[in-house]
Design a protein around this ligand. Structure first.
Ligand code: HEC
Ligand SMILES: [Cu+2]
Length: 361
């Protein structure tokens, strides 16, 4: 009873404090960027969240910050009080011997501070455990799972329809989820430890070789949310990002249908595309899959619907014809150390392959 009253008072205090904090945070970010639309410019900003999981975690963040500030202020005040209220020595006594024991006086304040701090820490622990328990599972069972595999330095995403295994497909780096519905994310690693983090939607989850970790995402507002590998995983760790698109349900379902389709067949009479496809299968097919062709490699991202993606190489470059040519011609220049080698293509080969890739929508 008293606990629930205390909790509701706490919740009210926190929501007020959160608004103040958010405004302050946005204002600071805005100042830094010289703009008011700060959150749009700072995609990894984690104090403004857009789903039930993010909401409750952000409240905890603000709450713990408030308690920490309170404890620091309280302890400083108590230390000062203890100092100033300590019994002063008379000047005459200065030369004389000091007694080994002295009256306790000021110590009471330290003990009081300790007691209050301990109480504050207990509140923090209980609250944290409560939030952890609450975000463990979504309110309703997710309708499907995305199996995400962290690879140096990109993300593979396999969409699994639990009712019909034939409706499964693979894509990379750009996830789509339906607005307002929880989605389960099952995490595996192909090599080293990574960490899956989409700050506006949920906290981090480690991606560990030989182990499956699970988390879930839910976005309550249509939009694009940036994610990032949050555990140092090698030279291109910083370029291991992802995008999560929260689409209206209808749009999401048709996106899924489209992803299930194999790549379009190229027109018989188009010589450039024919050469492009041939060269692609020959030079790239050992690492990349394009469903509906002989290219079935798994070392790199599935490219069946590559033109649906807005970015190249784990959000390193925008997906434009110029950047795409640059990437294929010299991936080691754009993202040094990444696992796609320079293939020393001739100009005409590059041209043909690029045109072929542009048919993969
Ligand atoms: C040895 C394996 C290998 C070969 C051969 C290879 N790639 Fe890649 N490719 C990769 C890997 C690995 C990545 C992911 C790089 C990263 O983001 O770190 C990649 C990424 C890409 C991407 C970006 C995909 C995305 O969604 O971000 C494109 C496009 C691409 N490769 C095209 C090609 C083309 C065209 C060829 C042939 C000329 C080719 N690749 C040959 C391994 C390979
Ligand atoms: Cu990583």
């Amino acid at each position: 009873m008293t606990l629930s009253i205390a909790k509701s008072i706490m919740a009210k205090a926190i929501s007020g404090w959160r608004q103040v904090g958010q405004r302050a945070g946005l204002a600071v970010a805005g100042l830094a960027l010289g703009t008011h639309a700060a959150s749009a410019q700072t995609p990894m900003y984690y104090l403004e969240t857009f789903g039930p999981k993010g909401e409750i975690t952000a409240s905890l963040t603000w709450g713990l910050l408030a308690i920490s500030v309170f404890v620091v202020v309280l302890m400083s005040v108590l230390v000062l009080v203890a100092i100033f209220r300590a019994k002063r020595l008379e000047p005459a006594e200065l030369g004389s011997k000091l007694p080994v024991s002295h009256p306790g006086g000021g110590h009471r304040w330290i003990y009081l501070g300790l007691a209050l701090t301990t109480a504050a820490l207990i509140v923090m622990v209980v609250w944290t455990m409560e939030v952890l328990a609450e975000i463990d599972e979504p309110a309703v069972e997710p309708a499907f799972t995305i199996e995400v595999t962290g690879e140096q330095w990109w993300w593979e995403a396999r969409y699994v329809d639990p009712d019909d295994p034939s409706r499964t497909f693979v894509t990379a780096n750009e996830l789509h989820i339906p607005v307002g519905e929880p989605v389960r994310i099952r995490l595996a690693s192909a090599d080293v430890i990574h960490s899956f983090w989409v700050p506006a939607l949920a906290g981090k989850t480690d991606v560990i070789p030989g182990q499956i970790n699970e988390t879930w995402l839910q976005a309550d507002r249509k939009g694009v949310y940036r994610g990032q590998c949050a555990e140092y995983c090698g030279v291109q760790h910083a370029h291991m990002a992802m995008r999560v698109f929260a689409d209206p349900a209808e749009e999401f379902r048709s996106w899924w249908e489209h992803q299930l389709e194999p790549a379009d067949t190229i027109p018989e009479d188009d010589e450039l595309l024919r050469v492009g496809q041939e060269q692609f299968v020959l030079k790239c097919g050992a690492c990349h899959a394009v469903r509906g062709t002989l290219a079935g490699g798994e070392a790199g991202p599935d490219l069946t619907h590559f033109m649906d993606r807005t970015t190249i190489a784990a959000v390193t470059l925008p997906n434009t014809p110029g950047h795409l040519s640059g990437w294929i011609a010299d991936p080691q220049h754009q993202k040094p150390g990444n696992k796609m080698p320079n293939l020393d293509l001739s100009g005409p080969e590059l041209n043909a392959i690029r045109h072929y890739l542009e048919t993969l929508d």
